[in-house]
Ligand binder design. Structure first.
Ligand code: THU
Length: 136
């Protein structure tokens, strides 16, 4: 699966985004280490804070199908350059995606921005219960 194909798969779901409040549609396609693709769109809510971003929707679909290992994430929107994933999504992605996960972002201009999880989120919060109990 090459980058262009994964971006195309993300673009295909853009019309399914539920974004009546912001009217900003986002699509995400997450490639697993064994070649499967899970997609997500943003799902907004009247109570705006409960909105689910496309990236988290794609990740949840993958986890629900038993996939926890990923190699590439494509994120697209309809503006010129595509979205920077929000901080909440960066933290949630970091639960399953190590710093080597590649992230590609694109908008209607077609340019591709390429980053790694390390670029996007260098210091994730990690809850380490064992370490905490050793410190007690
Ligand atoms: N949004 C995403 O789904 N992913 C991003 O990377 C950035 C923001 C959504 C959340 C909300 O529905 C809309 O875009 C505007 O913030």
């Amino acid at each position: 699966m090459d980058e262009r194909k994964l971006l195309q798969l993300a673009r295909e779901v853009l019309p399914l985004a539920y974004a009546p409040y912001s009217e900003y549609r986002v699509g995400a396609a997450l490639l697993t280490s064994d070649g499967q693709v899970f997609r997500g769109v943003n799902v907004e809510n009247s109570s705006l804070g409960l909105t689910i971003c496309a990236e988290r929707a794609a990740l949840a679909a993958a986890v629900a199908a038993g996939c926890r290992s990923f190699s590439l994430l494509a994120v697209v929107s309809e503006d010129e350059l595509g979205p920077w994933p929000c901080g909440a999504c960066r933290q949630v992605l970091s639960e399953f995606c190590d710093e080597n996960l590649k992230v590609i972002i694109s908008g209607k201009k077609g340019e591709i921005r390429r980053l790694s999880m390390k670029d996007l989120f260098p210091y994730p919060f990690i809850f380490d219960k064992e370490k905490l109990s050793q410190e007690k």
